[in-house]
Design a protein around this ligand. Structure first.
Ligand SMILES: Cc1cc2nc3c(=O)[nH]c(=O)nc-3n(C[C@H](O)[C@H](O)[C@H](O)COP(=O)(O)OP(=O)(O)OC[C@H]3O[C@@H](n4cnc5c(N)ncnc54)[C@H](O)[C@@H]3O)c2cc1C
Length: 427
């Protein structure tokens, strides 16, 4: 049974994050939205010490696991499920929700390994995790990113064209290609000594089996920021095109094994990298839920000022249209949030959550899109005005339907899992 009682340290963390969201995020929301490509300085300064602590906590866990490890699989991850739940996962999900309540675009600028860290955790050995995470505990703020998407290789990322070729003389990988729409790509690689996990093929003829992930470190020669995107929403977030022109990557920055298995013998490398989505999708869902809660609470507050609030004791036939809409907003929010918590709880208990990760991601993306549009609608012209943040939340919401697998792709994954169809049988 899933226990809904939060441990004390998460309750304390929630208070701290609430303060960050209210004091270092909301007051800058409009300004950062209107000045795209400016960095959320106050947020970064306030959160860097806290983010460092989070990574230190993860490192401590890794070192304990490494010293006392017993059975290992090929990637170095422990074979057996943890006996105690990993509350760090739940605390991260709660934090993402709260920071996104503050401002989703700024949250994405958290100086933390973020999506890059999820990829390193999924595909890297414990030694690699320790090596790459350590830099996030010292010095100036640093960022992590992950680059999969290419022009023509988004939903179907197995057709990616970025290549990694091993130079036998220097024992380095040479990366060539272009990745588009990479969150925090500029922050990770140009503005800090961060890391970006880049997916590339070591053997284009091998299809999925040839795809491997590589950790590219900040300021690597041959890596350039070709373009910074102008976006509909999450405009405080850094979204860039990365260009790799003979970028040399140390051999040991390959995550997992370099072995390319023959067709029909499994695609371990690609599957290992896909595992990233099991943790990143609940994280995206949590972010969606933060925006949804912001819109819902604000709408309830403004309507209450006009004397409009849901009377839960009324029969369905007695409810006004506005009351019905408010109840529908609450229901969609709660449903998607519970799915998100379930996927996170499964992770915390070391259980497989592939189906639930996709389920919560598409439900949360759908819910936040609908809820924020409803908020704009219910608040009339002021909902549409830039005086309030509701119209911004509506724009910020939509990305949750797009990245980490679009709504349609996650629905496909859910359908395949429930109906027991293969990728080939249900496209
Ligand atoms: C702001 C932003 C930040 C991003 N950050 C990152 C990042 O950090 N790293 C990264 O690697 N990528 C990132 N992305 C890229 C994002 O993950 C992709 O845009 C997304 O996966 C969709 O891929 P695509 O753009 O190629 O769309 P396409 O795959 O071309 O899809 C277009 C449309 O067709 C639909 N579609 C495609 N295939 C099917 C199918 N089989 N059945 C039904 N419908 C289908 C899709 O759902 C979508 O509606 C980001 C994108 C944005 C906009």
């Amino acid at each position: 049974m899933i226990d809904f009682e939060l441990p004390e340290f998460i309750k304390n963390q929630n208070q701290l994050i609430q303060m960050v969201a209210e004091q270092a995020m909301r007051p800058y929301s409009r300004d950062l939205d209107e000045h795209e490509h400016e960095r959320p300085q106050a947020f970064v300064e306030m959160t860097w010490p806290f983010a460092q602590q989070m990574v230190k906590r993860d490192l401590k866990g890794l070192e304990i696991a490494l010293n006392g490890r017993t059975g290992q699989n090929g990637n170095g991850a422990a074979k057996s499920a943890p006996t105690k739940p990993n509350y760090a996962i739940l605390s991260l999900i709660m934090m993402i929700e709260q920071l996104s309540w503050g401002d989703a675009g700024q949250y994405l600028c958290l100086p933390h390994p973020m999506l890059g860290g999820a990829a390193i955790q999924s595909a890297g050995t414990p030694e690699q995790q320790i090596r790459f995470f350590k830099r996030f505990t010292e010095g100036e703020p640093k960022w992590g990113a992950m680059a999969i998407t290419e022009a023509g290789a988004g939903s179907d990322n197995s057709s990616m064209r970025t290549t990694a070729v091993l130079d036998p003389d220097s024992n380095e990988w040479i990366l060539n290609g272009e990745k588009i729409f990479i969150t925090s790509g500029g922050l990770a690689l140009e503005e800090s000594d961060g890391v970006c996990v880049v997916w590339a093929t070591v053997d284009p003829k091998a299809g999925r089996a040839g795809i491997k992930s590589f950790v590219v470190e900040g300021h690597t020669p041959g890596v350039t920021i070709a373009k910074a995107e102008h976006k509909l929403g999450i405009r405080a977030s850094d979204t860039v095109t990365l260009h790799f022109d003979n970028a040399r990557i140390p051999y040991e920055n390959l995550l997992g094994s370099a072995e390319v298995r023959q067709k029909g013998a499994g695609t371990k490398g690609f599957k290992g990298a896909m595992k990233t989505f099991d943790s990143s999708r609940p994280a995206v869902a949590a972010s969606a839920m933060g925006i949804a809660r912001a819109a819902l609470e604000f709408t309830q507050e403004k309507l209450a000022e006009e004397g409009i609030a849901v009377d839960y004791t009324k029969g369905t036939h007695e409810l006004t249209a506005v009351e019905r809409d408010l109840m529908e907003m609450e229901a969609r929010h709660k449903g998607a949030w519970l799915l998100t918590l379930r996927a996170a709880a499964q992770m915390a208990h070391g259980q497989s959550n592939r189906l639930e990760a996709s389920m919560c991601k598409f439900r949360a993306g759908e819910a936040v899109t609908w809820i924020t549009q409803k908020a704009v609608e219910l608040l009339g012209p002021m909902g549409y005005s830039r005086e309030w943040l509701v119209e911004k939340w509506m724009r910020d919401a939509k990305i949750n339907d797009i990245y980490e697998g679009t709504r349609q792709i996650n629905q496909l994954i859910v359908a395949r899992a429930i109906l027991e169809y293969t990728r080939r049988e249900l496209k």
